[in-house]
Design a protein around this ligand. Structure first.
Ligand SMILES: Nc1nc2c(ncn2[C@@H]2O[C@H](COP(=O)(O)OP(=O)(O)OP(=O)(O)O)[C@@H](O)[C@H]2O)c(=O)[nH]1
Ligand SMILES: [Mg+2]
Ligand SMILES: [Zn+2]
Length: 309
């Protein structure tokens, strides 16, 4: 029987694949094996020949809609290492209190998503603790066009909207420890954390290589990607000249700078800085830009060391 499925995890030469008829364990057909090692990763949609007893052969891979790669400038580097395929969105989770949102960290996650050409949405959890943070976050991210969804697990709110956001898509959830990512997923699908744990243990534990992504079906629809974290993906490889465009609210001003190669740091006649001074967007976003700029604008021999900061 021929069918299609979504790759959930890989262990050596075996792949766990989710199909309409249940999960199967699949291996690559001979001629696919000769292609490079990253030919099939979690999130890939594959064509399968299903045999008896839940075994299958992967005979084809559908073109990817997107790739989350360990090197952000994936399109320019043949050695970019794909972590997950077909990620539709990055959901950046913060909390109103304990911990308070870290604008630097949020901006960094958003830049990594943008550099990988993956749309991002913000979720502000724990709004039961301080609802006013929702307005300030919307003020900061509205001009860049990001949606900010308020949620609470403790005084249930926004959970239906989160379910709708995840449904029918493959999402990477990311955010500081303690903001409530696991609590949110559990509120939608109580079995989810357990399943993440199971897959991790069975398919990844004990390996010394960097952990690959795992894709987990959500009972209410869609898939969440459990990655080693976007921090791991890092800003390494981001082209400093393109960084400005990853701050969407800067874009209308990028061609108003006096110098074509303006870095929006201290150059005279910088359209982006002027817009920030006029309060067109939160000037603190420019501070984040400048921090990340310094970080990505390093000679290639040293960028490896700076990765993941
Ligand atoms: N007041 C309040 N507390 C919450 C809410 N959601 C989660 N918490 C609490 O926040 C703490 C951390 O939640 P987790 O779900 O473990 O956070 P996490 O983002 O998964 O953290 P890591 O797995 O470490 O990355 C727990 O004590 C939760 O009970 C909420 O909406 N309101
Ligand atoms: Mg967690
Ligand atoms: Zn400028």
């Amino acid at each position: 029987m021929i069918t299609t499925g979504v790759v959930l995890a890989r262990a050596g030469s075996a792949y766990r694949v989710h199909t309409d008829g249940g999960e199967v364990v699949a291996t690559l057909r001979g001629k696919l094996k000769h292609r490079d090692d990253d030919r099939v990763v979690a999130g890939d949609v594959v064509e399968l020949e299903v045999h008896a007893a839940g075994r299958a052969t992967i005979c084809g891979v559908r073109p990817r809609r997107s790739v989350l790669a360990r090197r952000a400038a994936a399109e320019r580097s043949p050695r970019a290492q794909p972590i997950a395929a077909n990620v539709d969105q990055v959901v950046v989770v913060a909390s109103a209190r304990s911990p308070e949102p870290s604008p630097r960290l949020l901006d960094r996650f958003l830049v990594i998503a943008a550099a990988n050409r993956i749309p991002a949405v913000l979720v502000l959890n724990k709004i039961d603790l301080d609802r006013s943070v929702l307005d300030s976050l919307r003020g900061r991210y509205g001009p860049a066009g990001y949606q900010v969804l308020g949620t609470s697990v403790k005084q249930p709110e926004g959970l239906a909207a989160l379910r709708d956001l995840l449904r029918g898509r493959e999402s990477v959830l990311t955010g500081q420890s303690g903001v409530g990512k696991s609590s949110l997923l559990n509120a939608l699908d109580p079995g989810l954390n357990l399943r993440i744990g199971e897959i991790s243990q069975k398919w990844d534990a004990g390996k010394h290589t960097t952990r690959a992504a795992l894709v987990v079906p959500v009972a209410t629809g869609g898939y969440v990607v459990d990655t080693p974290g976007l921090r791991e993906v890092g800003t390494w490889g981001i082209d400093p000249e393109r960084l400005g465009a990853y701050f969407a609210e800067f874009r209308p001003f990028l061609d108003q700078c006096r110098f074509d190669n303006c870095r929006h740091l201290a150059e005279p006649g910088c359209g982006v800085r002027q817009a920030a001074e006029r309060g067109v967007f939160d000037p603190d976003r420019l501070v984040s830009y400048q921090r990340i700029y310094e970080e990505v604008n390093v000679p290639s021999w040293s960028s490896g060391r700076r990765r993941g900061r």
